[in-house]
Design a protein around this ligand. Structure first.
Ligand code: FMN
Length: 385
């Protein structure tokens, strides 16, 4: 019998998520959050609204209110340093839609491996394998952002690619933030957003799904986040991202493109900035050296596979091994492109990893590290990436 004991994430700032897609509620327990941070339900609800389904005709039509309830860890609007428990009710689950397929193996989904491992599977909405769980990560990310606010760190994720359509973002983080906040598909460029919407719509009309890439970028980080060797900052990011449902690839900096580069092109040179401090002139590495943040923005990408749920009939078997065809009902609710709704989730995971790394770096003296916007050893960083 298997043990499902891997529902927690983080070292000092830890999160433990709980709940299934069609259970009464889902939620998260956040431990290790410093006291005194201003936290309200509204802060969490604002973050949840970005991830919620039904935001756009090209995302799942499931309509969840996604209202957070803070059950512990906050008093008079401030964190108390004790575990923060957040519950989110499931209000729009339609388990009946899953009845006709409950005894069928779903290609690309998790029921086969869950069943083999545990001998039992909550088929309602994919149970624990449903991306509904990622709402908990987004709620926790909103709390983690309060920690990053102490150091003026921001993290932004955006939709960079769907199918073969790509987009190039502004290098100005404020512009990037506002363009994404104004885009229902989290796309930084309105023209590209239309091309991306067409690509998703075309796949959807065919009864199919389509893959995509979510990119992330942070403001220049304080030098020193991340620990060699097994806890390198990019290793923690990779771990966080590859733990997301449907993620199939992770890159930091130039990523796989380094394979076709030369050292002379890839090395980030140092130069003296106007204030006499060393500064890097490029950021091919993606913001880390030796697994430790180097004062530059951290940036990378996560590739998401096309959603397993498609309307095109698929050859498969029943749970007992009889050949059959999986046909999703016309009203079956799913995301034709999971990368869209993964954007706020990737952003939350970046935030959680950085907040945890920050606490690891300065837990002995948080005050010292938060007095200035940047940590003591921060060097000047250009915004090139
Ligand atoms: C935000 C988000 C929404 C998702 N929505 C769907 C969906 O509607 N249908 C589906 O088949 N998979 C969806 N997924 C992916 C499945 O949860 C995932 O593929 C499944 O749990 C199997 O895990 P794996 O792809 O990591 O192997 C979504 C993933 C994310 C991140």
């Amino acid at each position: 019998m298997g043990l499902m004991a891997s529902n927690s994430f983080g070292k000092i700032l830890t999160i433990t998520t709980w709940g299934e897609s069609h259970g009464p509620a889902i939620g998260v327990v956040i431990d290790g959050c410093p006291a005194g941070l201003p936290l309200t339900v509204e802060v969490i609800d604002r973050a949840l609204a970005k991830r919620a389904p039904g935001r756009h005709a090209l995302t799942s039509p499931r309509r969840e209110a996604d209202r957070a309830q803070i059950l512990s860890g906050v008093f008079e609007g401030y964190t108390t340093g004790t575990p923060i428990t957040i519950a989110i009710a499931n209000t729009d689950a339609n388990s009946n839609a899953y009845l006709p397929i409950k005894d069928i193996l779903r290609p690309g989904h998790a029921n086969y491996s869950y069943l083999q491992k545990y001998g039992i599977y909550d088929w309602r909405g994919g149970g624990r394998a449903s991306a509904r769980e990622t709402a908990c990560r987004v709620a926790a990310g909103a709390v983690a952002q309060l920690i990053l606010d102490c150091c003026g760190i921001t993290a932004i994720a955006y939709l960079q690619q769907v199918g073969s359509v790509t987009t190039t973002p502004s290098h100005d983080l404020q512009l990037l933030r506002s363009s994404i906040d104004n885009s229902a598909l989290f796309c930084p460029n309105i023209d590209d957003e239309m091309a991306i919407a067409s690509a998703i719509a075309e796949a959807k009309e065919c009864g199919d799904s389509i893959g995509g890439v979510v990119a992330f970028i942070t403001s220049p980080l304080p030098v020193g986040l991340g620990d060699p060797i097994y806890e390198k900052l990019e290793a923690r990011m990779a771990y966080a991202m590859m733990g997301l449902p449907a993620s199939k690839g992770f890159e930091i900096g130039e990523g796989f493109a380094v394979a076709s580069m030369r050292g002379s092109a890839h090395n980030d040179s140092f130069s003296c900035s106007s204030n006499g401090k060393p500064a890097m002139t490029t950021n091919h590495s993606g913001g880390t050296l030796g697994g430790i943040s180097n004062g530059m923005p951290l940036y990378g990408r996560v590739a998401f596979k096309p959603a397993a749920s498609i309307k095109i009939p698929q050859a498969t078997t029943t749970l007992t091994g009889n050949a059959t065809t999986l046909e999703m009902a016309e009203n079956f609710r799913h995301d034709p492109c999971v990368a869209v709704r993964a954007v706020p989730v990737v952003e939350a995971m970046v935030t959680l990893v950085l907040a945890d790394a920050l606490l690891m770096q300065c837990s002995s003296n948080l005050k010292k590290h938060t007095e200035s916007k940047h940590a003591r050893h921060t060097i000047d960083a250009t915004h090139q990436y």
